[in-house]
Design a protein around this ligand. Structure first.
Ligand code: ADP
Ligand code: ADP
Length: 227
């Protein structure tokens, strides 16, 4: 089943002499359950693409479909609902709320959406993220690896169809990187989620079943590694 479709997608920043074409006329589809790594040099448009896929930026032209829905054809309110229900974001810099505990950060998407928490699932999440004894700690009381695990918990707490991660292991040592990747893959496999991540780390890209290389805002290569 097709979960994501990108159609003639273009994003430019600035005007006139300052115009930057960040991504140019991209076309591809992603099937449910795929693990896609997006690679390419710095400034090639990877983050821009991920933001457009996740509904957090507006394309200059072209369309993004999630489960067949033309997301930029939606009204702002509907788009933010779709984003909260279908997409989980993980960032390099964690982006946790400093005054909330680990558990509260993880519950944030559900609170925003006024949804009942599945207590068992949240406990399971804390368990697999090895955060049970850290649930009441603030981000400042946690290591980098733990903070990133909290941010993964936040991305997963609403059981999104798509997990989008922008250099999720960029600030972590190799042991924590490996763990963080395993956690996202575990969830993706268990809940048939699609995982799309940007990485510079070839050890991580090599584990994806598809690698899309972006250069100068265009797809340079799109290779299915294994199924
Ligand atoms: P990558 O993630 O591959 O490093 P980005 O998507 O961040 O690439 O950036 C692609 C290009 O778009 C770069 O030239 C960058 O400077 C430019 N860019 C990204 N975001 C903005 C922005 N908000 N305003 C202006 N230019 C931007
Ligand atoms: P990374 O290389 O880790 O992806 P970037 O520096 O490309 O990080 O982008 C970080 C954030 O800064 C992005 O959200 C992007 O929108 C913004 N950004 C990137 N380049 C520019 C730019 N030239 N002008 C304004 N904002 C930018």
């Amino acid at each position: 089943m097709e979960i994501l479709k990108v159609e003639n997608l273009t994003k430019t920043y600035g005007k006139g002499d300052n115009e930057v074409v960040a991504i140019e006329n991209l076309n591809f589809t992603v099937e449910k359950g795929e693990f896609v790594a997006i690679v390419g040099p710095s400034g090639s448009g990877k983050s821009t693409l991920l933001h457009l896929i996740g509904g957090v930026d507006k394309p200059t032209s072209g369309k993004v479909f999630i489960e067949g829905v033309d997301i930029y054809g939606l009204k702002e309110k509907q788009l933010s609902i779709l984003r909260r229900r279908k997409v989980g974001f993980v960032f390099q810099s964690y982006n946790l709320i400093p005054v909330l505990t680990a558990e509260e950060n993880i519950l944030m998407p559900l609170l925003l959406d006024n949804r009942k928490q599945d207590k068992n699932y949240i406990d399971e999440l804390l368990e697999i993220l090895s955060l049970k004894d850290r649930r009441n700690h603030l981000p400042s009381q946690l290591s980098g690896g733990q903070q990133q695990r909290v941010s993964i918990g936040r991305a997963l707490s609403n059981k999104p169809a798509v997990i989008l991660a922008d250099e999720p292991t960029g600030n972590l040592d190799s042991k924590n990187s490996k763990e963080v990747l395993e956690l996202m893959r575990y969830s993706a496999q268990k809940y048939n989620q699609t995982l799309i991540l940007i990485t510079h780390d070839m050890n991580i890209a090599s584990q994806a079943n598809r690698v899309i290389s972006i250069i100068d805002g265009k797809i340079f290569a799109d290779e299915v590694v294994r199924k």
